[in-house]
Design a protein around this ligand. Structure first.
Ligand code: AGP
Length: 608
C-alpha cells in the first residue's frame, strides 16, 4: 500500500501535498516525494525515509506552484531509496507520475521501452508509466494516459501531470483506491479520505477502471469505455482517525478484513496462467535442493507459528526434513549449520532482533539464507540471499493477523516449489493445490461474514479467565497462534495444547465453565478430536469447535460449532485462524482494551 495525493487550484500546492502525505503515512512510509509545476519548470523532490526528510529537503527551495502530486511509499518493487521513491518521471522530467499498486507486466513494458532507447533510473515498476505516457503524449494528457493504461496490467491508482499541460491532471483507478476532493477553484485526488479532510469533505468515490480529468474548476469522470460518468458527491462525516481506519474501529479489525486481499495479492502475482510458481527469482533448482540436507525455519511469536506450518508443508509436500525454531532459542543453542543448510527467517517487520541475530549466526556458519518478510528493504530482507515478500500491505495493529496468513501462503508456495523441483510432486499435483489456494480469498470473505456470531460468542465469554485452545496435527499450531492472539490483546491467561497431551497432566486444569476452543479440521484426526472433546466436556468444559462444513458429527459433542469452508487438510490454517482472530479481537473490545496498542507490547521487537 502507498499513499497518493494531488492538488490543482488557486492556492499553493506544496502545503496541501505535505498535509495529505502526513495523513497517509499509515499506508506506507519508507520514502516520500512530490512533483510540482513551478515557473522554473517541473520540480521533483523525493527522499528515502519518513516524510520529515522531504519537508526538510524542500524548505529552502522555490516550490511555488498551483499543481502538484505527492506520494508516500510502501515498497514492493525496489528497495526504499531516493531514486526508487515516487514521483517518477520520463527522461526530461516533463511527465511525472505517482502510483499505488503493482504493475504486473512492468518487465515486458520496460523491455519494450529499453529497446526504444529509454534509460531507466529506478528499480520500480512505476517508472514505466512515466515513460509510457511520454511515448504517447502529443499535447493531450488525457489521451496519452489512456493509451498508456491500456498497456498496463495489475492494480494501480495513478496521477499524472505534464510540464506542457500545467492546467490539468489525470488520475486512473484500477483495484487500488482513489478519491477526488472538490473545492472552490481547486480540486484534489488522494488514495483515501484522511488526506483531504483539512480542505474538503465533498468527495467523489472513483470506481474501478475509471479515469478522472481534473482542472482547478472542473472534474470529469470517464468509465472504461471513455463515456462521461455522473457521480454523486459523498459528504464525509468521519473524523481523520476514523478515516485512516477506513471506517473500521481499529486497525486490527481492518487488517483482519484485509486478509482476502493480502492472500490474493501474495498468491496470484506469483503464478502464471499454468500455475507455475515464480518465487521472485528465488532459485530453488533440483541442484540447489540436492545440495541441502537441513532446513531451519526460525522466527518469533506469530511468525514462528507460521514457521510451524511451513515445517509441516515442506515436509508433507517436498519430503524434506525441517526444524522450526524460536529465534531467541536458536541463536544460543549452537545449532548444526553448514553450507548444506537452508535457513528461512520469517518476520513481518524484518527488524526483530532475535530473528536477525539468528540469521547472522546461520550466515556466519555458511547457510543459505532465505527470508519471508513484509517490509521491503528491512534488515532481515537486506541480509538474506533470497527474499519472499508477503504483500499484506502495512500492518499497524500490534497483533499480527494479515501478515500471518500471507506468511502461510509464502510457506505453501515455497514448499510446493521445492516439491516440484525435487520431483516429489508432479506439476499437475502442485497445480491442484494451487487451484484450491486460489479459492481462499472468497473462502476468507465467507468466514468474515460470520463475524457477528463470533462477536456475540466473544461477548458471552469476555470475562472468562480460563480459555484453552486445543487441536491435533496442523491444528496444534493454529491453537498456539489463536492463544497468542487472545493473550496479547485481551490479557486473558489463555493457553494452547496438543489435545492428545491433555491426559498427561493438563486435564487437571479443566473444570466447570472452562472454555475450550477445539480446532477439529484434520480429517484423519477428526475422531480422535471428538474423543478429546468428550473428555473435556465430561469435566464441565464449555466447548466451541472449529470444523469444516459438512463435519456435523462435531455438533453432537460440542456446545457450539464455528464452521469454515471445506478445503484440503493441509491448507486449513489459513482459514481456521480467522475465526480465532475475530474472537480475540471482540473479547479485547468487550474488555475495553487498547486493541491496536496492547499493554507492554511493541509492533517490532528490536531489543533482546
Ligand atoms: C504477534 O501478534 C506479535 N505481535 C509478535 O509475536 C510478533 O509476531 C513477533 O514479535 C515477531 O515479529 P516479526 O514478525 O515482525 O518478526
Amino acid at each position: 500500500m502507498c499513499g497518493i495525493v494531488g492538488y490543482i487550484g488557486n492556492n499553493e500546492s506544496v502545503p496541501v501535498l505535505l498535509e495529505g502525505l502526513s495523513k497517509l503515512e499509515y499506508r506506507g512510509y519508507d520514502s516520500a516525494g512530490i512533483a510540482v509545476m513551478t515557473n522554473e519548470g517541473m520540480k521533483v523532490r523525493k527522499f528515502k525515509g519518513r516524510l520529515k526528510n522531504l519537508e526538510e529537503g524542500i524548505k529552502h527551495e522555490n516550490m511555488v506552484s498551483s499543481i502538484g502530486i505527492g506520494h508516500t511509499r510502501w515498497a514492493t518493487h525496489g528497495e526504499p531509496s531516493d531514486v526508487n521513491a515516487h514521483p517518477h518521471t520520463n527522461i526530461n522530467a516533463s511527465i511525472a507520475v505517482i502510483h499505488n499498486g503493482i504493475i504486473e507486466n512492468y518487465m515486458e513494458i520496460k523491455e519494450y521501452l529499453i529497446e526504444k532507447g529509454i534509460e531507466f533510473k529506478s528499480e520500480t515498476d512505476t517508472e514505466v508509466i512515466a515513460h509510457l505516457v511520454d511515448e504517447y503524449y502529443e499535447g493531450n494528457l488525457l489521451e496519452a494516459v489512456n493509451k498508456a493504461v491500456d498497456r498496463m496490467e495489475g492494480a494501480y491508482a495513478i496521477a499524472v501531470i505534464a510540464k506542457d499541460s500545467p492546467d490539468e491532471m489525470v488520475a486512473v483507478r484500477k483495484d487500488s483506491p482513489l478519491i477526488v476532493g472538490l473545492g472552490e477553484g481547486e480540486n484534489f485526488i488522494a488514495s483515501d479520505i484522511p488526506a483531504l479532510l483539512k480542505y474538503t469533505r465533498d468527495v467523489l468515490l472513483i470506481e474501478n477502471e475509471e479515469t478522472v480529468h481534473l482542472t482547478k474548476d472542473k472534474v470529469v469522470i470517464y468509465d472504461d469505455l471513455g463515456r462521461e460518468v455522473n457521480r454523486d458527491i459523498f459528504k464525509v462525516t468521519w473524523d481523520v482517525e476514523a478515516a485512516e481506519k477506513d471506517g473500521y474501529e481499529h486497525f486490527t479489525i481492518k487488517e483482519i478484513h484485509e486478509q482476502p486481499k493480502g492472500v490474493k495479492e501474495t498468491l496470484l502475482r506469483r503464478l502464471d496462467k499454468d500455475n507455475n510458481i515464480n518465487l521472485d527469482g528465488i532459485k530453488l533448482t533440483k541442484e540447489d535442493l540436492d545440495g541441502i540436507n537441513k532446513v531451519y525455519i526460525v522466527a518469533c511469536g506469530t511468525a514462528y507459528h507460521a514457521g510451524l506450518i511451513g515445517k509441516y508443508a515442506i515436509e508433507k509436500f517436498a519430503n524434506i526434513p525441517v526444524e522450526a525454531d524460536i529465534a531467541s532459542e536458536f541463536r544460543y543453542r549452537d545449532p548444526f549449520i553448514d553450507e548444506h543448510t537452508l535457513f528461512i527467517a520469517v518476520s513481518q517487520s524484518g527488524e526483530t532482533l532475535d530473528t536477525l541475530a539468528s540469521l547472522r549466526e546461520a550466515k556466519r556458519k555458511g547457510a543459505r539464507i532465505m527470508s519471508v518478510v513484509n517490509v521491503v528493504g528491512s534488515s532481515v530482507a537486506r541480509e538474506s540471499d533470497d527474499v519472499f515478500y508477503t504483500w499484506a500491505g502495512i500492518e499497524i495493529g500490534v497483533a499480527s493477523t494479515k501478515a500471518y496468513t500471507t506468511q502461510l501462503v509464502a510457506m505453501y508456495l515455497i514448499a510446493l516449489r521445492m516439491a516440484e523441483e525435487s520431483g516429489k510432486m508432479t506439476h499437475e499435483e502442485v497445480s491442484k493445490v494451487i487451484e484450491e489456494l486460489k479459492t481462499f480469498p472468497e473462502k476468507l470473505e465467507k468466514i468474515l461474514e460470520n463475524k457477528d456470531f463470533i462477536q456475540k460468542f466473544a461477548d458471552s465469554q469476555f470475562n472468562n479467565e480460563r480459555i484453552v485452545f486445543m487441536g491435533r496435527g496442523l491444528d496444534v499450531s493454529v491453537a498456539h497462534e489463536s492463544s497468542l492472539k487472545l493473550k496479547e490483546i485481551s490479557y486473558i491467561n489463555s493457553f494452547s495444547i496438543a489435545a492428545g497431551e491433555l491426559k498427561h497432566g493438563t486435564i487437571a486444569l479443566i473444570e466447570e465453565g472452562t472454555l475450550i476452543l477445539a480446532l477439529a479440521t484434520q480429517q484423519k484426526l477428526f475422531d480422535k478430536m471428538l474423543s478429546n472433546i468428550k473428555e473435556v466436556k465430561a469435566r464441565g468444559a464449555h466447548v466451541v469447535s472449529i470444523a469444516k462444513e459438512g463435519d456435523t458429527a462435531v455438533e453432537k459433542v460440542s456446545d457450539e460449532v464455528i464452521y469454515i469452508p471445506e478445503t484440503m487438510d493441509e491448507l486449513t490454517p489459513i482459514l481456521s485462524v480467522v475465526p480465532m482472530q475475530l474472537f480475540a479481537y471482540y473479547v479485547s473490545l468487550a474488555r475495553g482494551n487498547d486493541v491496536d496498542k496492547p499493554r507492554n507490547l511493541a509492533k517490532s521487537v528490536t531489543v533482546e
